[in-house]
Design a protein around this ligand. Structure first.
Ligand code: SAH
Length: 461
């Protein structure tokens, strides 16, 4: 994996001063994940290029960090794209090998450090989750002109189509330190993976390297969220520190989990769902709209369930679910019990047929009302499991959440929330039309006036 930085500033070889690396020498640095070489393929007065070559030791990496899991040998740990692409390894290399340049220090050329010069950075292979459009949405607002070339997956198998790998050139008149800070943050954002676990310290790094530009960036939210590996708590904290959260937006950001967390509602909901499905004697179970896999984890703990399938429309959620359940490290037998499928509950899907039970937990309120008719047929007519456990918020209960402003839903993606009457009328109608009987359970502490926070309907054929 190669990152080259070229300048046409005159004398161009001053790039050597800015990077603190002499143009005549090849220098090699040992980092935790492998070696980094810095050299100059060209060093003329009118044009100079510094190259940083990452030599990732993928075998050493697996042996060092995952030694304890080696009994569950997974080839993927050894054979993957990490040695060949720009990723968070590249950011670590920039911080370690170009550290003075990154912080804008240069004793020998103090004025040059403060002078915008013409720079061009080329990343030989950059994985871009979100494609060329997203790449441009990240760099163009910062003033770069972007040239990208997408690579096909395999030239011997044209029919496999395009890959997520691009060769990218970014050009701009700016300070070298600015460009390095942009690359440091945005390479892992595009890749959307991190080789290490993120914690609070990452917020500090993000804010330090994002100073001056991140708070104004139109894609600020995705940048922060991806950089912090989609961890909601850290993301919120970072956004607040960036001063982005205005009062009006505060309630938009309040997510359901937080609103409901005081009463531990999610846990109650998932425990009750597992209990009911278990009592039915079900062996093969679907979790429709499984999200990040909390219910799947509970279901997997019950040996009665021989097959557990999580389905969701969101690829990202499925990926997180797989990680949370340590899918890669499960034994072969456990892997056979568990499957993930991506799909939409608004389209007929033959993969969902023939199951004993399906859970649809806090999903229906995320569907647009006109799509509900399709959802009904997909679940109750085509998939038609013997039992369906479905939950949704009880809108009447919202008045009891002190941190939820009046008239707001519990989550910004909710399209509606039903009162108990609305829910009972919908469920009774569905049950009648598709040949199910239905029972209701209040979930969470019931209030004598507004009822329980969550409503659950259990449909049985
Ligand atoms: N059942 C989980 C997640 C609830 S959040 C839990 O209780 O924790 C709602 C989930 O529904 C999200 O993961 C969202 O991606 C998914 N979803 C929304 N629309 C969907 C659709 N049309 N098909 C399948 N899943 C959908």
């Amino acid at each position: 994996m190669l990152l080259t930085i070229t300048t046409s500033y005159s004398p161009a070889t001053d790039l050597g001063y800015l990077l603190h690396k002499h143009p005549d020498r090849l220098q090699t640095f040992d980092l935790a994940y492998g070696r980094v070489h810095v050299f100059y393929p060209e060093a003329e007065t009118d044009r100079c290029t510094a190259a940083m070559l990452l030599d990732v030791d993928s075998v050493g990496l697996v042996r060092r960090s995952y030694g304890q899991h080696r009994e569950n040998f997974a080839l993927a740990e050894y054979v993957n794209d990490r040695p060949y692409v720009a990723s968070s390894f590249m950011s670590v290399a920039i911080a370690k090998v170009y550290s003075s340049a990154l912080s804008g220090k240069c004793k020998d050329r103090p004025n040059l450090v403060q002078t915008p010069i013409h720079l061009s950075a080329k990343l030989s292979i950059l994985p871009c989750r979100g494609g060329d459009k997203f790449l441009r949405r990240l760099f163009e607002p910062l003033g770069y002109s972007v040239i990208s070339e997408r690579h096909i997956l395999d030239s011997s198998f044209q029919e496999w189509g395009e890959s997520r790998y691009y060769t990218v050139t970014l050009e701009r008149q700016c300070l070298l330190s600015e460009m390095l800070r942009h690359l440091y943050v945005l390479i892992p954002v595009l890749d959307d993976e991190k080789h290490y676990w993120v914690a609070e310290a990452e917020i500090e790094k993000l804010l330090r390297h994002g100073e001056d530009w991140l708070s104004e960036h139109p894609e600020q939210e995705v940048i922060v969220s991806r950089y912090l590996k989609h961890q909601r708590r850290l993301t919120r904290q970072a956004l607040t520190q960036l001063g982005d959260v205005g009062e009006d937006e505060e309630d938009v950001r309040l997510c359901e989990t937080e609103i409901e967390e005081n009463i531990g509602l999610n846990e109650v909901r998932l425990t009750k769902t597992t209990e009911i499905i278990k009592e039915s004697g079900a062996k093969r179970v679907l979790d429709l709209g499984c999200g990040e896999g909390k219910l799947l984890r509970k279901l997997m703990r019950e040996k009665q369930f021989e097959e557990v399938v999580g389905m969701d429309v969101s690829h990202q959620s499925l990926k997180i679910a797989q990680q949370r359940l340590h899918y890669e490290r499960l034994s072969e037998k456990e892997q056979e019990r568990l499957a993930f499928i991506q799909g939409s509950l608004c389209y007929r899907d033959s993969r969902l047929s023939g199951y004993d039970a399906a859970a649809v937990i806090e999903v229906i309120e995320h569907l647009d009302k006109p799509r509900i008719a399709a959802f009904e047929r997909v679940v109750f007519e085509y998939a038609c499991p013997t039992m369906v456990v479905l939950t949704t918020p009880n809108e009447e209960y919202n008045v009891k959440f002190e941190n939820l402003p009046a008239g707001k839903f519990r989550h910004r993606d909710h399209r509606f929330e039903w009162t108990r009457r609305e829910f009972e009328s919908w469920t009774a109608d569905v049950a009648k039309r598709f040949g199910y009987s239905v029972m209701y359970y209040p979930i969470g502490e019931e209030d004598s006036v507004v009822g329980a926070p969550t409503q659950m309907a259990v449909f049985t054929q």
